[in-house]
Design a protein around this ligand. Structure first.
Ligand code: HEC
Ligand code: HEC
Length: 536
């Protein structure tokens, strides 16, 4: 009897303690996550030039801390002295701000190109900073505010209310191609032509450049972010923290057609369907080799990733089976899903990358915008799925794909063709009788005055080099360094453009290169270049 009530009392006390602890826990963690001011590193006073500017999208002021190593910390007095005595010693970082100190789930500035710094460590952890229920609750509260700010930020940069180009469709024939340019010009600049006559220095000084990089809308969680057209069919990939930031009109058609190098006579082999684990055999049996079939199956098989998995370290409400290669490279093309390039640290320095097509990979020697990976098989290995952090694998579930398997994935990758280009001859030049005047003028510009062919040459209109376009000449920002040239064959099917999608339309890419290469093209010449690219 005595013993029993003692046990009862014990249970009661434990229950009360648990409840108190539970409530307290939520509050404490949520408080901790309310602001971004709490730092893991000691704060130091900042020189005036490093005081945080109010940046769009961050409603609360952030506290900035030093993430730099001692060697790179110098007094601003020394720097000023240096740059006064020798103007050429001016370094880019003098104009940059230090990354805010933030943890998983916390918001990051949308203008991350403006920042620099060194992370506390290169290694990440598969553990959430709070319990999953709290994490879910935290994101439920943060997401509406974040998305409101993401939408107004994107609206401030782009006018997404444009029209389609009349008579132009993507290769599947179902989706119109949008007219541009849609990047917004600053108020005091009347036209893109008026902007292009200014020098890079002036554009930088007056902060006029319309094609600054894009960051991931929440760079602390980052990882794969799928567009709405995909989420309607695959709601299991909807994230608790953030939604996609570019409207579907400006993304590739879904599902896109799939052309095989080995069966050109068939055209699109999918019959307008998304190839899935359920239907791939029926679609491809009798058309591809057993090796390719096995490779395709692996490309379709979902695997756990850093944030899409069964553990609580995830960004979906329910446990997720993960993601497959063709969830982003849908039908061997792309749905425009974004990720961060896994090539640098801290995570805030990683560039946003949108999914490139797999079409025509058989002709590329250079894969991935920053890393210059030389083999398609490499892409079938694990690192993308774990943000380039192999340490994350053990807790989340390794993708132990063996070399034979990744080679087979490469085998299927190697037969995905570009869409037909009926206006091109065997040399990849326009067939005069089939081309319009505007397309022909565009081709002449492409190979002549506009210098495009210097980097976009050969059968896929790509030189397979990485180029440093030095875009930071036009804005205050961290240099992005060399980026691989992307092929222009079939380019009309792959908006948005550039590695991070900062050019939503082909018109925007022409305006981008008109500025970056200082070409001073006329409005008509720019139209002609677009007309030409639509024929490739
Ligand atoms: C988040 C969606 C996503 C998933 C899932 C994904 N990729 Fe990618 N893929 C990308 C992005 C984004 C890039 C660009 C990376 C870069 O530029 O550094 C890329 C690049 C590539 C490239 C190089 C293309 C080029 O033109 O440089 C290949 C090949 C590739 N992926 C194959 C695969 C394979 C194989 C898998 C499955 C193991 C896979 N991808 C899974 C998004 C994805
Ligand atoms: C110095 C080399 C170079 C020249 C010259 C050049 N490009 Fe590019 N092009 C690149 C690189 C590098 C990229 C990728 C840049 C990035 O993603 O940040 C690119 C990307 C593109 C893209 C986007 C491809 C995609 O898949 O997103 C288009 C379109 C394009 N270029 C068109 C042109 C046109 C039109 C011209 C001529 C007016 C031109 N380029 C001149 C190197 C060049």
């Amino acid at each position: 009897m005595k013993l029993r009530s003692a046990t009862k009392l014990g249970i009661n006390i434990t229950l009360v303690m648990l409840l108190v602890g539970f409530g307290f826990g939520i509050n404490a963690s949520y408080q901790h996550y309310q602001g971004t001011g709490l730092s893991r590193l000691p704060q130091r006073p900042l020189p005036a030039s490093k005081q945080p500017a109010t940046s769009i999208g961050i409603s609360k002021p952030l506290a900035y801390v030093s993430l730099t190593s001692p060697e790179t910390r110098e007094s601003s007095a020394t720097r000023e002295h240096e740059s006064r005595s020798n103007p050429s010693s001016h370094r880019v970082i003098d104009d940059l701000k230090l990354y805010p100190s933030v943890q998983k789930g916390m918001r990051t500035p949308f203008d991350l190109w403006n920042y620099y710094g060194r992370g506390k460590t290169s290694f990440s952890s598969p553990v959430l900073p709070m319990r999953f229920e709290q994490w879910l609750d935290f994101h439920k509260k943060q997401k509406p505010h974040l998305m409101g700010d993401v939408r107004s930020y994107m609206q401030s940069r782009f006018d997404f209310s444009g029209e389609a180009i009349s008579g132009q469709m993507m290769s599947g024939g179902r989706k119109p191609i949008m007219e541009g340019p849609v990047a917004r010009l600053p108020d005091d600049i009347s036209s893109f032509e008026a902007l292009a006559v200014l020098s890079p220095e002036e554009i930088r000084r007056r902060d006029l450049f319309p094609y600054k990089p894009l960051a991931h809308p929440i760079q602390t969680n980052a990882h794969m972010l799928f567009p709405e057209s995909w989420l309607i069919v695959h709601p299991e990939h909807r994230r608790i923290d953030v939604d996609f930031d570019i409207p579907d009109e400006y993304l590739p058609e879904f599902p896109p057609p799939l052309f095989l190098t080995t069966h050109k006579e068939l055209g699109d082999v999918t019959g307008g369907r998304e190839v899935t684990l359920d239907n791939f055999f029926e679609i491809f049996d009798g058309l591809i080799t057993p090796e390719q079939m096995e490779g395709l199956k692996e490309l379709l098989r979902p695997s756990p990733t850093t944030w899409f998995n069964h553990t609580s370290h995830r960004l979906t409400e329910s446990p997720s089976q993960g993601v497959s290669c063709l969830d982003c490279h849908v039908n061997g093309h792309t749905n425009g899903a974004i990720e961060l390039a896994p090539d640098a640290r801290p995570n805030m320095a990683r560039l946003r990358v949108d999914t490139p097509t797999m079409r025509g990979n058989y002709n590329l020697m250079q894969l991935s915008s920053k890393r210059s990976v030389r083999s398609m098989d490499h892409f079938s290995e694990i690192e993308e799925y774990f943000d380039g952090d192999p340490g994350m694998q053990q807790a989340i579930g390794p993708r132990a794909v063996k070399r034979e398997v990744t080679n087979r994935m490469g085998d299927f990758n190697a037969i995905i063709d570009y869409p037909p280009a009926p206006k091109l001859n065997a040399l990849g030049r326009l067939i005069k009788s089939r081309a319009t005047e505007s397309e022909l003028r565009g081709e002449a510009l492409f190979f002549g005055k506009a210098h495009c062919a210097q980097c976009h040459s050969g059968p896929a209109f790509v030189d397979d080099y990485m180029h440093d376009l030095k875009v930071e000449r036009f804005y205050v920002g961290r240099p992005e360094g060399p980026i691989k040239t992307f092929p222009l064959r079939g380019i009309k099917d792959s908006p948005p453009y550039l590695h991070d999608g900062r050019c939503p339309t082909l018109h925007d890419t022409v305006e981008f290169f008109n500025l970056v290469l200082e070409l001073n093209l006329t409005k008509q010449e720019k139209e002609d270049l677009v007309a030409y690219m639509l024929a490739l």
